[in-house]
Ligand binder design. Structure first.
Ligand SMILES: [Mg+2]
Length: 282
């Protein structure tokens, strides 16, 4: 394990960003995020934005980034709405799907040509997700499709136990839905698409021809963003602007630590380039 770097010494071939705690925090852009992205655009380096949250339409992320002054393209947004649909397309292209999900995921499945059904006798794949409209009816349909008809497999959008809110509150997330379906059917979820599963990276990078070794994953959460990068054998950068601290990094097994730990995300731009641009910390 080499020393952790605190400033990048090169540019990577592509950049995969977590958003909250990395690019912005709540409704505020984090220091240096705008000029970092401008620099990457200038150099025509590909960028992707990841989110485990399947309750938002990808366009909502574009709008939020735009509101904060970051221009992005729809194809650069890889939330679990996008990556789950892509994964299903590749692995269960002809499946009849029952999404335990809110409208953005249901709509994306229909748009991608999937047959969506709540008839347990014809469901091939039950997709558990972060669904604030979850109820007993949905659980019964999943139970019948998986346990009674013995035909459906269970997959899920993301492994998060809860979605954190500002002020320390939160909402039960996909892990609770997975657990409910697993508990009654006695089956195990076959695949959980979101971070830290490297499937998320593969589906996010899509057709980009890059070697994972030359891609950096940038995110503020050790257990998802950084763990995924480690699982995929790629470089990772942890900005200390979100939920992790140096103490958390030191507490980790050296093999699970990030490649870079940054005070601010624009330290992904090498210092020599800061000097060229006369950048100061501000
Ligand atoms: Mg984050």
């Amino acid at each position: 394990m080499s020393e952790i770097q605190t400033w990048a010494d090169r540019f990577y071939q592509a950049y995969v960003f977590d958003m909250d705690g990395t690019i912005y925090l709540g409704d505020h852009l984090l220091p240096g995020a705008a000029r970092l992205l401008a620099e990457l655009r200038e150099r025509e380096l590909p960028v992707r934005f990841l989110s485990n949250n399947p309750t938002k339409n990808p366009r909502q992320y574009l709008e939020k980034l735009a509101r904060l002054g970051i221009e992005a393209d729809l194809e650069e947004i890889a939330s679990t709405v996008v990556t789950t649909v892509r994964w299903l397309k590749r692995n269960h292209p002809d499946a009849t799907v029952f999404p335990i999900a809110e409208a953005p995921l249901v709509d994306a499945l229909v748009e991608a040509g999937f047959r969506v059904s709540d008839d347990p006798a014809e469901i091939d794949v039950v997709v558990a997700s972060y669904d604030r409209t979850f109820d007993y009816r949905k659980l019964q349909i999943a139970f019948d499709a998986i346990w009674f008809h013995r035909r459906a497999v269970l997959v899920a959008t993301n492994p998060d136990r809860y979605c954190p809110f500002p002020g320390g509150r939160g909402e039960p997330d996909c892990a609770a839905i997975i657990a409910a379906v697993e508990a009654c059917t006695g089956t195990k979820c076959k695949e959980i698409i979101g971070k830290p599963n490297p499937i998320m990276l593969r589906e996010a990078l899509g057709d980009l021809e890059v070697d994972l070794k030359d891609v950096v994953m940038v995110g503020d959460r050790l257990s998802t963003d950084i763990a995924m990068a480690v699982n995929a054998g790629m470089s990772s950068a942890l900005p200390l602007t979100g939920e992790s601290t140096w103490d958390d990094v030191r507490a980790l097994d050296p093999n699970h630590r990030p490649t870079l730990v940054l005070d601010r995300v624009d330290q992904l731009v090498p210092r020599a380039v800061w000097d060229e641009h006369n950048w100061q910390e501000k």
